[in-house]
Ligand binder design. Structure first.
Ligand code: A2P
Length: 277
């Protein structure tokens, strides 16, 4: 697989994927079909996006062989127990009408409920049963990763976190590197916010003759992050995927790195307090 990273379980993951939140229904089917036609092989869904059936339909309409694709979904908090997690994965497969998933992730740790380690055992069991090929988590902080690893002995293959230049989370990425965990990035373009209009990002983009979105996605790639930009627009899907024909210099990477914390008026969700069921 070209433009991919190796996971700690030996599987490969594409270096960029198509985000699907908040797409639903036929617009999601069309976006997934056009995304795959454009060249995306990693499609990121979640049970809580309420679009697994639409993602599965887009995959079937694409006519691309299942083995060519890398399909991911996520476990909601209300299924955080080993047996429940196994049922949820079966349910995701039924909704998507697929035989297996390439990646299944715990969507949010919901640490106050204290059940994510049991949920994690369900994901690991699902991998052993062949329902999923790789398992991981989302929105875990290093202390929560320590807990899951200590309680189960199994290191997640992936932690999907919200990462873009305002919130580049170097301490979490450093922990991932030390433990062989791949970082996926959700909302990599900054939740459609003002990052795409930032003058310094635009200047770098102008220098390379690319868009600001391409610069931001390339920045993620050079930090070994797999970005998951969502776009329903075929032209933006195409340009977002085109991040392998140019590279950012150390100076340009540092310009983007220095945007860290420059938006004090917005804050990322705190996984210790945020609850999503
Ligand atoms: P659209 O689907 O109309 O393209 P994120 O993935 O960071 O959450 O950002 C998603 C948002 O950014 C969506 O609103 C999406 O809208 C928009 N978007 C995606 N790609 C681009 C792009 N290349 N330029 C501008 N906006 C984009």
């Amino acid at each position: 697989m070209s433009n991919s990273f190796q996971l700690n379980d030996g599987n490969a993951i594409p270096a960029i994927g198509l985000g699907t939140w908040p797409l639903k229904g036929q617009s999601c089917v069309r976006a997934v079909e056009s995304g795959i036609a454009t060249g995306y092989t990693l499609i990121d869904s979640a049970m809580n996006y309420d679009n697994e059936a639409a993602v599965g339909e887009g995959i079937r309409r694409s006519k691309v062989e299942r083995e060519e694709l890398f399909v991911a979904s996520k476990l909601p908090g209300r299924w955080h127990q080993k047996e429940l997690a196994l049922s949820a994965i079966e349910e995701s497969l039924l909704r998507m009408r697929l035989d297996y998933l390439d990646l299944y992730l715990i969507h949010w740790p919901n640490p106050k409920r204290g059940e994510f380690a049991s949920a994690w055992e369900g994901l690991v069991e699902a991998r052993e049963r062949g329902l999923v090929r790789s398992v991981g988590v989302c929105n875990f902080t290093p202390d929560l990763l320590d807990t899951v690893i200590q309680e189960t002995g199994v290191v997640p293959a992936v932690n999907q976190i919200e990462v873009f230049p305002y919130w580049s989370k170097p301490e979490i990425r450093e922990y991932h590197q030390q433990h062989g965990i791949l970082t996926e990035g959700w909302s990599p373009l900054g939740r459609g916010g003002d990052l795409l209009e930032h003058a310094e990002v635009a200047a770098v983009a102008g220098h390379h003759g690319v868009t600001s979105a391409q610069v931001i996605l390339r920045w993620a790639h050079q930090h070994s992050v797999v970005p998951l930009p969502k776009s329903a627009n075929p032209e933006r899907q195409r340009s977002n995927l085109d991040i392998f024909s140019f590279s950012l210099s150390d100076r340009e990477m540092s310009v983007l790195d220095q945007l860290e914390g420059s938006r004090a008026d917005i804050a990322p969700s705190d996984p210790h307090n945020y609850e999503q069921l």
